[in-house]
Design a protein around this ligand. Structure first.
Ligand code: PEP
Length: 293
């Protein structure tokens, strides 16, 4: 089977620095062989209430600003910077994408014509933004379903059916937590999404926030065609997402293991494969002929 597409979720792990962002893209493509380098785009004045914007950052050890708003602004790239990152990805031959967290961000990113735009779990109920994207953006829309009820997922898929855009929709199974303990990953939800919506939408994906790379292989066998994992250059860097991210060697091994598993997930094309012929000749039990002499 075809290997799932692997999204290196850079998110805000660039620490607000374009050079680090480009290094992350380069390593994701050249060393890890990921398919997509993904960012996040927010308009913080639109997304946050005045009180949230001005509140002291709840996690001072990881703060890039005194208030939550200042912290978020520090980590934000402008639309022009996203265009520069997309051009950089295009030149390297890796797909650029970003999640959009509000309508303004959607309107800024859609004109860059990325192959896909992601809707984070936190915003999959922003129907004004979803409607605008469905009507104005022609690429694939990938929607994550962490912290979302089954009824809300049903409404979401039906919304895209109504818009005639369900065949451009990829729905991700996700548990929103950083990191997510294994018992809360609930991988079988991939199968549930596949059974319920597999025929209606373009594909089912998995957005993982767990540690390690063991269970992504299981996600593949359950039918995930897109796998997204947080990724950083150094898990000890300042910021909330780094410690729940893969470093380059982890992402490289993830791609390698998903590649190997995808190749292995098939039936035998012949009852005895060519590779087995020599062994069959050499090792297969043969009843000894008894000589009469
Ligand atoms: C937070 C995001 O996604 P998820 O909900 O899949 O974690 C995102 O893509 O920005």
């Amino acid at each position: 089977m075809e290997r799932p597409k692997i999204i290196a979720e850079i998110g805000c792990n660039h620490k607000g620095d374009m050079e680090i962002a480009k290094e992350l893209i380069k390593v994701a493509k050249i060393f890890c062989k990921a398919d997509v380098a993904k960012f996040q785009k927010r308009n913080n004045r639109e997304l946050l209430t005045e009180d949230q914007y001005n509140a002291p950052h709840p996690n001072p050890a990881n703060a890039y600003g005194d208030t939550y708003g200042a912290h978020r602004e520090f980590l934000e790239f402008t639309a022009d910077q996203h265009k520069e990152l997309k051009d950089f990805c295009d030149d390297l031959g890796i797909i650029y994408s970003t999640s959009v967290w509000d309508l303004t961000s959607a309107k800024e990113i859609a004109p860059l014509n990325p192959d896909l735009i992601k809707i984070p779990s936190a915003c999959n109920n922003n129907y004004e933004m979803l409607g605008w994207l469905a009507d104005n953006y022609q690429g694939e829309i990938h929607v994550s379903t962490g912290m979302t009820t089954k009824d809300e997922i049903e409404d979401l898929v039906e919304f895209f059916v109504t818009k005639g855009r369900n065949k451009d929709l990829v729905v991700y199974s996700c548990t929103s937590g950083y990191p997510v303990p294994f018992e809360d990953v609930c991988l079988l939800e991939i199968q549930t999404l596949k059974e319920k919506y597999g025929e209606k939408v373009k594909a089912i994906g998995f957005s993982g926030h767990h540690l390690g790379i063991a269970i992504d292989v299981a996600a593949l066998t359950l039918g995930a065609e897109w796998i997204e994992r947080h990724y950083t250059l150094d898990r000890t860097w300042k910021g909330t997402d780094h410690s729940a991210s893969l470093e380059p060697d982890g992402l490289r091994r993830l791609v390698r293991d998903l590649d190997a598993t995808s190749k292995a997930l098939s039936y035998k094309k012949k009852e005895v494969l060519d590779i087995e012929d020599v062994q069959r000749e050499k090792l297969k039990y043969r009843k000894q002929e008894k000589s009469n002499n």
